[in-house]
Design a protein around this ligand. Structure first.
Ligand code: SF4
Ligand code: SF4
Length: 129
């Protein structure tokens, strides 16, 4: 029994046959490629909505930061870049913009953070458009 050519052959099968594998469909002759530019992270985060509680849900034990922590990884790991140094050199967190990912809690090895989710209905509300 002979096999008929398969129009949906995988890239691997095409490569075995000597053809260069391709992904997707080439635009029709004469048509301009109109791939939309990927959305920047700042623009994505800008869509989110925050309902602020009165009390912070992240509290820093500054004494631990000052006396134990040399790495201060919180200044670099937060995807929303919410940690910074104040004028006196203490680490502070702008918790109002928290994405509730928990990265800072996991990365803070000296355990200087008291972290909990905001109360019900408060905190980040993710938006995609
Ligand atoms: S990583 Fe933790 S202990 Fe170190 S500065 Fe940041 S909050 Fe403080
Ligand atoms: S939970 Fe995530 S977004 Fe919130 S402060 Fe920590 S690292 Fe930043």
């Amino acid at each position: 029994m002979s096999e008929t050519p398969d129009e949906t052959a995988t890239a691997g099968a095409a490569a075995e046959a000597g053809a260069a594998p391709t992904i997707g469909t080439a635009p029709a002759s004469g048509a301009a490629a109109t791939t939309p530019a990927p959305m920047k992270i700042d623009a994505k985060l800008g869509l989110d909505v925050f309902k602020l509680d009165k009390e912070p849900h992240i509290v820093i034990d500054h004494e631990i930061c000052r006396t134990v922590c040399a790495k201060k990884v919180c200044l670099t790991v937060c995807p929303a870049d919410l940690y910074e140094l104040d004028d006196s050199g203490d680490v502070i967190v702008n918790w109002e913009g928290c994405l509730e990912c928990g990265t800072c809690l996991i990365c803070c090895e000296p355990q200087a953070l008291s972290w909990k989710y905001p109360r019900g209905e408060y905190g980040v509300q993710y938006r995609t458009s």
